[in-house]
Design a protein around this ligand. Structure first.
Ligand code: CMP
Length: 135
């Protein structure tokens, strides 16, 4: 079924000039970009977005990274888009992500891993409301 996912192309991707390449992969797959905004995350949005991670040891450096510069926030839609995008981005750790995935081809870090995507319909609903309340 057609669904929506909240996707963030993270500050490392913008700094490295990979925004176009990553958007191309999603467009090439046939997914539809319903919204696209360059934004710099502030601390309170980071805490809300990553509510399930705020108490973890990796969170403080993750927050510093995610608020370090502009990122691209997208609404992507398409058939099974949540699962499809997760498969396209690959495992969290770029060193372990399969070749052919965005992280597998372009990332070498567990933190600076280029892309975030909603991992379930429930998280998509929550994250879309947080980032694009008018949708
Ligand atoms: P993301 O899909 O945005 O969801 C949580 C993020 O936390 C993840 O991508 C990584 O950027 C980061 N992350 C998850 N696990 C670790 C870890 N063990 N060490 C550092 N960063 C992590």
């Amino acid at each position: 079924p057609t669904e929506r996912s909240l996707v963030l192309i993270k500050p490392d991707a913008v700094r490295r000039g990979l925004l176009g390449e990553i958007l191309s992969r999603f467009e090439g797959k046939g997914l539809v970009i319903e919204a696209l905004e360059l934004r710099t995350m502030d601390g309170s949005l980071a805490d809300a977005h990553y509510a399930e991670h705020v108490d973890k040891a990796f969170y403080p450096p993750l927050k510093d990274f995610m608020t370090s510069g502009p990122l691209a926030a997208l609404i992507l839609s398409g058939d099974s888009v949540i699962e499809v995008v997760r498969a396209m981005i690959g495992a969290t750790d770029g060193r372990k992500a399969a070749a052919g995935t965005i992280r597998g081809d372009l990332a070498l870090s567990n933190r600076e891993n280029l892309v975030h995507a909603s991992d379930s319909p429930e998280s998509a609903e929550r994250e879309l409301a947080l980032w694009f309340p008018k949708f």
